[in-house]
Design a protein around this ligand. Structure first.
Ligand SMILES: [Zn+2]
Length: 158
């Protein structure tokens, strides 16, 4: 058995099955020039691009869920199988609902960019920062206010 040839084949298969970075994940982090103004047009365009890519990722996900459910909507004669399927469907519906809400939030965020009302904390007005926004493009609070809000929320629940 020629070992070298075998290795070559498996390496080829591995590289072919590796998914290419697409959509949201393929967008490079923003490199600000020295002294660049925060939330200038170039930065706003960068975040519009992120949000649009994220939205189209989500919409593809929603489409996949719908077609998957159509494919799977078979009539199982066994009640136990039917129950499992119904559970799976309700889980998928909840996921889809969450995705729809997120898409709405993304739309609202793009609208805020267009109105030049993006990237500043809703509570204290400081710059949220490029890095934090790249990690959480729909963030409306700076990290300090977010942390404070989470602590308050926990106290109110406790
Ligand atoms: Zn703040």
């Amino acid at each position: 058995m020629p070992k070298a040839a075998e290795k070559k084949v498996s390496a080829k298969t591995a590289s072919a099955s590796k998914p290419a970075a697409t959509g949201y994940n393929s967008i490079e982090p923003y490199k600000a020039k020295r002294g660049e103004e925060y939330m200038n047009e170039a930065q706003r365009e960068h975040f519009r691009k992120i949000l649009r890519a994220w939205k189209s990722d989500l919409m593809e996900e929603v489409d996949r869920t719908v077609s998957h459910m159509k494919d799977e909507a078979a009539n199982f004669p066994d009640p136990a199988d039917r129950a499992t399927q119904e559970e799976e469907f309700s889980l998928e519906l909840r996921t889809r609902d969450r995705e729809r809400k997120l898409i709405k939030k993304i739309d609202a965020t793009i609208e805020r960019i267009n109105q030049d009302d993006y990237g500043f904390c809703d509570a204290c007005g400081v710059e949220i920062g490029i890095k934090r926004l790249e990690a959480r493009p729909t963030a409306t609070l700076c990290i300090d206010c977010k942390t404070l809000a989470e602590i308050k929320e926990k106290q109110e629940m406790g």
